[in-house]
Structures are given as structure tokens and as C-alpha cells.
Design a protein around this ligand. Structure first.
Ligand SMILES: CC(C)(COP(=O)(O)OP(=O)(O)OC[C@H]1O[C@@H](n2cnc3c(N)ncnc32)[C@H](O)[C@@H]1OP(=O)(O)O)[C@@H](O)C(=O)NCCC(=O)NCCS
Length: 181
């Protein structure tokens, strides 16, 4: 994890113009205010750099299963990466990613500021997480999009599986969605 923002590369996404935007790897401290105040306002559970939720991808691959479990051991095994999309000095979009198994990557905490929505930045930030997953030798990326965000995920190549979950999630309904890398 970087201690200061660093430009992490040029991402080719011809369908959007990101020439005036900068994508940077940021720290948990930098993404936290956005998550706390804008993505999950009033959230009851503590916001940590990673979530312990894991998707049982092996069951999915053999049985189409979308089960989610908790496994805090991933905190010791894997490192999160935080992405910030900046317009000048303003953070206008954010996302993060980390492994939940050796070859399974999760995208978590996608947010785009309301004034910048609808221009493809959400998809772009999902692709950033997918590229990081590939860099870490993952074969599949998954996430838990809200119902209202699913179209953004589908446009970035994710497929929803299983039911919408309402009771076990705070900002739902959410469902599991995945994409092969
Ligand atoms: C979900 C979110 C990240 C999408 O970001 P985005 O940059 O607008 O997404 P994209 O432009 O890449 O995706 C296009 C989709 O965004 C939605 N969209 C389009 N214009 C929009 C606008 N002005 N405002 C909100 N959503 C819009 C549409 O559903 C669109 O799909 P469509 O073209 O099929 O209608 C953003 O709306 C957001 O931060 N929402 C609040 C937090 C949230 O729900 N995060 C996801 C948690 S899983």
C-alpha cells in the first residue's frame, strides 16, 4: 500500500475522456472520508480497509452457488489497493480491491461524485480494480453491487448471480456479481 498518492498508470478506456483526470493509488486514510460520509453515511459497522466477506467461488464454479461467508484470515494474507480519481485536487471517484483467495479478487467501495456520474467513471474504476486483480494473478473478480449500481457493473462486464440480499446488508439490496479476468 502506498503512503502517498502515486500515479499508477495510464488506463486505456477509449469510450471516455479521462485526459483531465488523474488516477492515483491512495491510502485508506484518503478514501475513508468518502466512504464514511458519502458512500456509507451512518454505517453501523466499523469501516475497515478490507471486509472479511468472502465469496465461495469454488462452489460457484461447480454449482453456480453465490454463498458469502466471513473469513478474517484474509486480513493477514492479502493487501488492499485504494484507487482515487482526481479532477485537479478533488477526489471525484474512488474504489478499492483486494484478494479474498489466492486467485480471486474483490472490488469494494465504488463511488463517483454525483456531478460526475453517468460518464463512465464508475466502469473505469471497476476496470482499474480488475487490472489490479490481474496483476495479482487472479482469475476472477467479484463484488456486491447495490441494485441501483448493477447497470454500471454490467457495463464493465460483471454478471449478477444469486438473489438480491436485503436483510444481511446495510445499504442493500446487494447481490454478488463476478467477471472472469
Ligand atoms: C454507482 C456509481 C458508482 C456509478 O458511477 P457512474 O460513474 O455514474 O457510472 P457509469 O457512468 O460508469 O455507469 C453508467 C450507469 O450509471 C447510471 N447513471 C447514468 N447517469 C447517471 C447520473 N447522472 N447519476 C447517477 N447514475 C447515473 C446509469 O444506471 C448508467 O447506466 P445506463 O447508461 O444503463 O442507464 C455512482 O452512481 C455512485 O457512486 N452511486 C452511489 C454509491 C453507490 O451506489 N456505489 C456502488 C455501491 S455497490
Amino acid at each position: 500500500m502506498a503512503t502517498n498518492p502515486t500515479l499508477i498508470g495510464i488506463y486505456i478506456m477509449p469510450e471516455i475522456d479521462i485526459s483531465t483526470y488523474e488516477l492515483k493509488e491512495i491510502t485508506f486514510d484518503q478514501i475513508f472520508p468518502v466512504w464514511n460520509e458519502k458512500l456509507w453515511p451512518g454505517r453501523k459497522s466499523k469501516i475497515e480497509p478490507m471486509s472479511s466477506l468472502v465469496w465461495e467461488s469454488r462452489l460457484f464454479l461447480s454449482w453456480g452457488n453465490s454463498n458469502i461467508n466471513k473469513d478474517s484470515s484474509i486480513f493477514d494474507k492479502y493487501e488492499p489497493t485504494f484507487f482515487g480519481l482526481f479532477l485537479e485536487k478533488e477526489l471525484v471517484g474512488a474504489n478499492s480491491g483486494f484478494r479474498t483467495e489466492d486467485t480471486v479478487y474483490r472490488s469494494r467501495g465504488l463511488w463517483v461524485s454525483p456531478e460526475h456520474r453517468g460518464s463512465g467513471y464508475g466502469q473505469f474504476l471497476l476496470r482499474c480494480a480488475a487490472q489490479q486483480g490481474k496483476r495479482e494473478n487472479c482469475k476472477v473478480i467479484w463484488s456486491m453491487p447495490r441494485k441501483t449500481a448493477l447497470s454500471t457493473y454490467e457495463k464493465a462486464g460483471f454478471n449478477k448471480i444469486g438473489p438480491w440480499l436485503d436483510e444481511t446488508v446495510e445499504f442493500g439490496p446487494n447481490a454478488v456479481a463476478y467477471k472472469y479476468l
